[in-house]
Design a binder for this molecule. Structure first.
Ligand SMILES: Cc1cc2nc3c(=O)[nH]c(=O)nc-3n(C[C@H](O)[C@H](O)[C@H](O)COP(=O)(O)OP(=O)(O)OC[C@H]3O[C@@H](n4cnc5c(N)ncnc54)[C@H](O)[C@@H]3O)c2cc1C
Length: 511
């Protein structure tokens, strides 16, 4: 532990993942440096739509040992989330470690050559977080305000850049794209980054079309519809119809409890599950379909539709014309502003951190569209998942990239405590408690998860997101607990273990 204090740990990103990674590294005696390009800690929660609030109940969206203030509503506003994250960072001494306005524009491993690394039997050469001490990460950091560049060296790198830095924009044939449109086109992220006043000004009295029915699309459409009413209705263009409900209905049914118990997990296939569990999952799968494929809507969504403030249009493809959009049915939708809520490219964001083409290529698994090729992961979205109570759980270390971990890569609605579990695991790796198997065994495990991910993709179709979410949260946390030397069974007695929902506080004692 004495020598660990001297090891230099860098974290890229001060969102929930980076904050948790820092807190747990501090707890093990390291003093990490967090670089974040933003102006404050909190990641995506620093800049959202004015109307954004948690979709996940606060009880699920919390760190295991840091409860929300008494009296917090079930679905806190984005300001409250930001306040919660900042308070967490303050309480555990994380704020002192953060360098804001600092964008990492290049991370490069310096030590063993690519050829040597490829030949290693053990991760980092000897299976340990810091290898033999000769390798290090060189970070090139741009100070946003001054534009100056500074170089830093670290012994271990934790990448916590989230999924939202790089937007996905649809492509169109010539003369069918935004270039022919006389109005304004912007991505939902750019809209959410506007100051509230500027955003209100942009849409006031305008015919707004929102493309995409994910979380951002629904929120943006609802916000525009509320602002302009039925005089200038907002049109939402969507490709896939999902089962959508509002908060009250959802929690009236208490679906969260149904989806976070071990009993619920028995109904889905799990990686490396063995014959008996696989058979059970196959037999029970129909039960899980009874009510889980649901999405959560913004407040008053259907009221807005009934009032005529929000118009829903289903279409598979569209193109632009001078005064709006032409849908694949031939229908024209007039517009002044088109907001593309068409998602993000998280792989590109992740790749952009690294300088070496080799690391760029292997970090996001060029050959796989189901998961990141990392050890200790859960990737994929099962068909039966509720889209309002799904958990982000995924990848931590790449068998071939030394002295580096990735925490938090995906979007989900109860993300932070799985990210916290990953952070705990990384901290235990840093202090030598977690022992990694050989590279061969790590790659075998990665392969099994990949296989499972492919099955999940088949079952979930269009709902599948790479390296995303699963109903197998507890299954995954079981692995992490065992790696860290803790019991995976966190409840008292067999019945409680099977029937009681699992949540953040079940893991509070793991430090
Ligand atoms: C609108 C919206 C609503 C959401 N609602 C929910 C919800 O209800 N429940 C839920 O569980 N999840 C929700 N999420 C998911 C959300 O991703 C997580 O809550 C969480 O913010 C992810 O944390 P993170 O730290 O991994 O990533 P982020 O919050 O994205 O933070 C990443 C940080 O990395 C920094 N960064 C990136 N690249 C660099 C670089 N090169 N150099 C320096 N800094 C860099 C960024 O500035 C950012 O601060 C929502 C997401 C969005 C966008």
């Amino acid at each position: 532990m004495d020598s660990s204090n001297k090891k230099r740990v860098a974290i890229i990103g001060a969102g929930p993942s980076g904050l948790a990674a820092c807190k747990h590294a501090l707890a093990k005696g390291f003093v990490p440096v967090i670089f974040d390009s933003g102006a404050s800690v909190g990641g995506v929660w620093t800049r959202t739509l004015a109307s954004t609030k948690l979709q996940t109940p606060a009880a699920a969206f919390q760190f295991s040992d840091f409860p929300w203030p008494a009296g917090t509503s079930e679905f806190p506003s984005h300001d409250q989330v930001l306040g919660y994250l900042t308070a967490y960072a303050r309480k555990f001494g994380v704020l002192e470690c953060v360098k804001l306005g600092c964008k990492v524009v290049g991370a490069e491993y310096s030590g063993a050559s690519e050829k040597e690394v490829t030949a290693w039997d053990r991760w980092s050469g000897n299976g340990e977080a810091f290898g033999d001490g000769s390798g290090e990460w060189h970070l090139t950091v741009e100070h946003i305000e001054s534009g100056s560049i500074q170089k830093y060296e670290f012994d271990f790198l934790i990448v916590c850049v989230g999924r939202y830095g790089v937007t996905k924009i649809p492509t169109f044939p010539p003369n069918k794209g935004p270039e022919v449109f006389h109005g304004k086109v912007l991505h939902a992220q750019d809209y959410s980054h506007l100051e509230d006043h500027d955003a209100a000004e942009l849409i006031r009295g305008k015919r707004v079309v929102v493309v995409g029915s994910g979380k951002s699309g629904l929120d943006t459409a609802a916000e525009c519809a509320e602002a302009n009413g039925s005089k200038y209705p907002c049109t939402l263009i969507y490709r896939t119809a999902n089962w959508m409900v509002d908060h009250k209905l959802t929690w009236g049914l208490n679906v969260s409890k149904r989806t976070t118990t071990r009993l619920a997990e028995l109904m889905v296939h799990k990686p490396e599950e063995g014959f008996a569990l696989s058979l059970l999952a196959t037999l029970l799968t129909p039960l899980s379909l009874l009510g889980w494929k649901l999405g959560l809507l913004p407040d008053r969504f259907y009221d807005l539709v009934d009032e005529g403030s929000l118009v829903l249009n289903k279409c598979d493809s569209f193109s632009f014309c001078a005064d709006g959009l032409v849908l694949d049915s031939g229908k024209r939708v007039e517009a002044d502003v088109v907001i593309l809520a068409t998602g993000f490219n998280p792989d590109q964001l992740l790749r952009s951190v690294f300088t070496s083409p080799w690391v760029r290529d292997i970090v996001s698994g060029a050959s796989s569209d189901t998961m990141l090729p990392l050890y200790r992961q859960v990737d994929s979205l099962l068909l039966i998942i509720t889209s309002f109570f799904i958990f982000a759980i995924q990848n931590i270390v790449h068998p071939r990239i030394p002295q580096m971990a990735i925490v938090g890569y995906l979007e989900s609605r109860a993300t932070i405590y799985p990210y916290e579990m990953m952070s705990k695991w990384v901290a235990h790796l840093l202090d030598g408690t977690v022992r990694l198997p050989s590279v061969k065994d790590m790659e075998k495990s990665v392969g099994e998860w990949a296989l499972w991910g492919q099955g999940a993709r088949r079952r979930s179709g269009s709902l599948f997101l790479k390296s995303c979410i699963a109903t197998v949260t507890t299954w995954y946390h079981d692995q992490l607990c065992r790696d860290m030397g803790y019991s995976a069974r966190r409840k008292k007695g067999f019945v409680a273990e099977l029937m009681e929902p699992y949540g953040p506080t079940d893991y509070a004692d793991i430090q």
